[in-house]
Design a protein around this ligand. Structure first.
Ligand code: NAP
Length: 305
């Protein structure tokens, strides 16, 4: 059991967040300062409880969220931990609607894409943690929302939470033709979680002045060679479209605003969520493989204790 030093707290992990970026961190050991090296602690967000604190900001029994990695107990500097009030929302939402996926959906959709009422919004990776929130926020902004996901059950789930339409990219051979049918007037906003051929088709269906937020490229995270596809930059000229990548952390000075708004939508029932929870830290490797294979609906978590 580690001992907390001055300004630090000892945390018992309760839930561990399983995130796609980990695949990239594991891709090339030694390749980047951020790669997860064999023998090191695997990185990950954790929601847990304070066991012992040497800092006035935290007391024994408080709930917190922080980057504590795959471990049952961790010591961390109190200033790196976010205090959570589980009376306001269930603790797991600190890793989901009121955590990084919520922030990615909120800033990626509202700041990068600026959706207008009546516009058509397309979301890839739509039934996952970020995608399912993007679609619901787009509905709150009175857009027409189309989702793309990898199983029929996910397609059903998306329509049950308000998406106008959705399709299973594993059973539809012609994505562009499918999008032409579902959005005959084209796509105004594309929120990209996946990249690859799905994104190639989405770009081909963009409208004039369309906006694309590049949130993730999960279809590429395990590729060892760059994948080839249509060179679509020319289409951006004709459509005067904008493609912009982002990282949640670039909005860090506005996290409070996002937490407040997402919390209100959650409380008012405008945002619904589903979690996929695997029991036991020993099953975290299975959880990440399962998430990369698309077994999760909503956020993939591991219940540690
Ligand atoms: P998630 O969507 O809950 O889980 C990943 C999903 O990706 C799987 O359920 C699977 O669903 C789908 N997938 C896996 N391989 C795929 C492929 N080859 N083609 C298409 N879909 C595939 O994960 P998340 O945490 O919400 O993250 C979504 C994306 O956002 C990721 O790309 C992540 O890296 C990114 N992200 C970015 C930021 C940022 O700051 N920019 C922050 C958080 C997350 P299917 O069954 O549909 O295939």
């Amino acid at each position: 059991m580690p001992k907390p030093g001055p300004g630090e707290a000892l945390i018992r992990a309760l839930y561990l967040s399983i995130d796609p970026y980990l695949r990239g961190r594991m891709a090339a050991p030694g390749g980047s300062s951020k790669s997860v090296e064999p023998g090191s602690i695997v990185v990950g967000g954790v929601a847990g409880q304070v066991i012992e604190s040497n800092d006035p900001r935290l007391a024994q029994g408080d709930y917190v969220e922080g980057q504590l990695g795959w471990q049952e107990y961790a010591v961390a500097s109190a200033k790196t931990l976010r205090k959570i009030d589980p009376k306001l929302a269930p603790l797991t939402t600190a890793l989901y609607v009121l955590g990084v996926p919520g922030l990615a959906a909120y800033f990626g959709l509202l700041d990068i894409c600026r959706p207008q009422p009546g516009e058509t919004v397309l979301v890839s990776g739509a039934a996952g943690a970020v995608g399912s929130l993007v679609g619901q926020i787009a509905k709150i902004k009175r857009c027409r929302v189309i989702g793309i996901a990898g199983t029929d059950e996910k397609v059903e789930y998306l329509t049950s939470i308000g998406f106008e339409s959705a399709f299973n990219y594993k059973t539809v051979p012609d994505y562009e033709g499918k999008l032409r049918g579902l959005a005959p007037n084209g796509i105004d906003v594309y929120f990209d979680n996946v990249g690859g051929p799905i994104t190639d088709a989405a770009i081909a269906r963009l409208n004039q002045r369309a906006r694309v937020a590049v949130c993730g490229q999960i279809s590429q995270y395990a590729s060892e060679e760059p994948s080839m596809g249509p060179r679509w930059l020319g289409q951006l000229i004709l459509k005067q479209a904008r493609v912009e990548g982002f990282l949640v952390r670039q909005f860090s000075d506005r996290f409070e605003e996002a937490y407040r708004q997402l919390g209100n939508w959650l409380r008012d029932g405008k945002i619904r969520y589903r979690e996929s929870v695997v029991d036991g830290i020993e099953n975290a490797p299975k959880a990440i493989v399962g998430m990369l294979e698309g077994h999760n609906i909503g956020k993939q978590l591991v219940k540690v204790a």
